[in-house]
Design a protein around this ligand. Structure first.
Ligand SMILES: C[S@@+](CC[C@H](N)C(=O)[O-])C[C@H]1O[C@@H](n2cnc3c(N)ncnc32)[C@H](O)[C@@H]1O
Length: 294
């Protein structure tokens, strides 16, 4: 697939094997350490603080390794042992995804992080473009070097993708859509690049019945960050969570039909809402996959 200018959506000239140029906007896009850099200069300051805060938190939490085996084993095993419970959910969602994704798809992995999903999908025969803001080699796109498969890592933002119209079979937001600042605008951008018979996938974003529960979760997280790191990590006005009502509204405004799949994540997760009610705690988040088709 030919990449396009994320600003004017026009064609790019190949200036060198690691450099593309938009003549109209007089912009050069380079491949640095294996990652194509498509974050527009006018958007760098918007994300600078988010990236610094996010990288500090993820490093502090220990979401990295110097071993390739750690990255290659995801999502099936967390060789660090730090987030094994979370990765159990991720693995179940991934298995559900593999059942619905047509063979040999061209896939956009949006908010790819270290690229584990891109790696697994490439190994399964798909052609994958991994997009994220982060380029570091611990938890960002720079971790491509640990994988045995070859996919295309691209630094870009959800709402300015260097991807041509109607060019991919699946756009996947993997534990990332809740970082978007506006779901409707972000998903409209994802639909632009999706073929008419393609599939939009939102997986492992927290969803609540009541918006109030999501707001409480966001407030709790902010307080946790303040207590642990001294900053709230809220420089980007992310939506933070989904609600069933919001998903219904998006179905109308985007003209897509959702299929909601909730894999069995184990008894612990199945019983969470029950125990939360019993203890008078807020509604716990649910996870799963939303498959959107036109
Ligand atoms: C919780 S992580 C999920 C990473 C990975 N998909 C996974 O499953 O481990 C969310 C990712 O979304 C990325 N992200 C957040 N907002 C973004 C945006 N506007 N454009 C591109 N990536 C974004 C973050 O940098 C982060 O890597």
């Amino acid at each position: 697939m030919k990449l396009i200018c994320p600003r004017c959506k026009g064609d790019l000239m190949l200036e060198a094997p690691d450099q593309l140029r938009c003549e109209k906007d007089a912009l050069d896009f380079r491949q640095v350490d294996g990652v194509w850099r498509f974050l527009l200069p006018e958007r760098e300051s918007h994300y600078a603080r988010f990236i610094t805060d996010y990288e500090r938190v993820r490093h502090f939490e220990g979401r990295f390794s110097a071993e390739a085996s750690y990255y290659r084993a995801l999502p099936f095993q967390d060789l660090s042992g730090r987030f094994s419970k979370d990765w159990k959910i991720r693995a179940a969602s991934f298995r559900a995804l593999t059942k619905v994704l047509p063979a040999n798809s061209t896939v956009l992995d949006l908010g790819a992080g270290n690229g584990w999903l891109s790696n697994q999908l490439t190994l399964a025969g798909h052609t994958v473009y991994a997009v994220d803001l982060l380029v570091n080699a611990e938890d960002g796109l720079g971790a491509w070097k640990y994988f045995e498969s070859t996919f295309t890592p691209i630094q870009a933002e959800f709402v300015a993708l260097p991807i041509p119209d109607s060019s991919v079979d699946a756009v996947i937001f993997n534990a990332s859509l809740h970082y978007a600042e506006n779901y409707e605008y972000t998903l409209a951008g994802a639909l632009r690049v999706l073929r008419s018979d393609g599939m939009l996938v939102i997986m492992d974003s927290p969803v609540y019945r009541e918006a109030e529960s999501g707001q409480k979760m966001v407030a709790e997280r902010k307080q946790q960050f303040l207590d642990r790191y001294g900053f709230a990590s809220d420089t980007i006005q992310s939506e933070g969570f989904l609600t069933y009502k919001h998903m219904q509204a998006l179905e109308q405004s985007l003209d897509v039909r959702w299929q909601h799949i909730v894999p069995f994540y184990g008894l612990h997760w199945a019983l969470k809402p029950f125990f939360a009610r019993l203890r008078g705690k807020r509604e716990p988040a649910q996870f799963g996959l939303w498959l959107g088709r036109r």
